[in-house]
Design a protein around this ligand. Structure first.
Ligand SMILES: Nc1nc2c(ncn2[C@@H]2O[C@H](COP(=O)(O)OP(=O)(O)OP(=O)(O)O)[C@@H](O)[C@H]2O)c(=O)[nH]1
Ligand SMILES: [Mg+2]
Length: 192
């Protein structure tokens, strides 16, 4: 579905955000290490488009990827990683806020939570914040390969219970096994 995927910029301030043509944007949000960058790579079928790491806090800026000259996929820094200095953590918050508010190009926010761990306190806060901003939210469970098949439904229900949303609205994915991406692509395609 995605042919040309181009890294555009790692933005550290609003002035650097691209997209003067007002193309659709889709952003991936979640705590550090939840698998956002891996998710973008799996979605676009690229191995190294977005940089991934086993060390939390890899993505420090807001990374924009231009897809087929028609939309942007946006990789946000993760939240909830304690070992950043206080000031770094605060500026992470600023980026996220600046990016998410007053952005009419932003069509959907994919909130990624770890399927096995379930939504953390930070995830719940982020979900509430996204709702408050009236954004179109898609809740995604990541790393579903780490959960046995008999536990998958239970973990999906756990996510839907904690976030208080219908079970059908929780999409479980594995970037490693490339599972669940047909649903994500269908959602993105529905905005074209
Ligand atoms: N088993 C498994 N591991 C995964 C999956 N997706 C990501 N990982 C691993 O989880 C770790 C973190 O992945 P990243 O994609 O870098 O996570 P991130 O959310 O971008 O992290 P930050 O940039 O720090 O916010 C890496 O070691 C990945 O290999 C998955 O679907 N299955
Ligand atoms: Mg990342």
């Amino acid at each position: 579905m995605f042919n040309e995927c181009k890294y555009v910029i790692s933005a550290v301030s609003k002035k650097q955000f691209p997209n003067e043509n007002n193309l659709n944007e889709f952003v991936f949000v979640g705590r550090s290490n939840v698998g956002k960058s891996s998710f973008i790579n799996a979605l676009t079928n690229r191995k190294m488009l977005a940089k991934t790491s086993s060390k939390p806090g890899k993505t420090r800026a807001i990374n924009f990827f231009l897809i087929d000259q028609k939309m942007y996929l946006v990789d946000l820094p993760g939240y909830g990683y304690a070992s950043h200095s206080q000031s770094t953590r605060e500026s992470f918050g600023d980026y996220i806020e600046e990016y998410l508010t007053d952005n009419s190009n932003l069509k959907a926010v994919f909130l990624l939570v770890d399927t096995k761990v379930g939504p953390t306190k930070d995830d719940v806060l982020m979900y509430e914040y996204l709702k408050y901003l009236n954004l179109n939210i898609v809740v995604v469970g990541t790393k579903s390969d780490k959960v046995g098949s008999t536990q998958l439904l239970k973990q999906a229900k756990n996510i839907s219970n904690i976030l208080n949303l219908p079970l059908n609205n929780v999409i479980l994915t594995s970037s490693e096994k490339k599972n669940g991406f047909d649903k994500i692509i269908a959602i993105i395609s529905s905005f074209e």
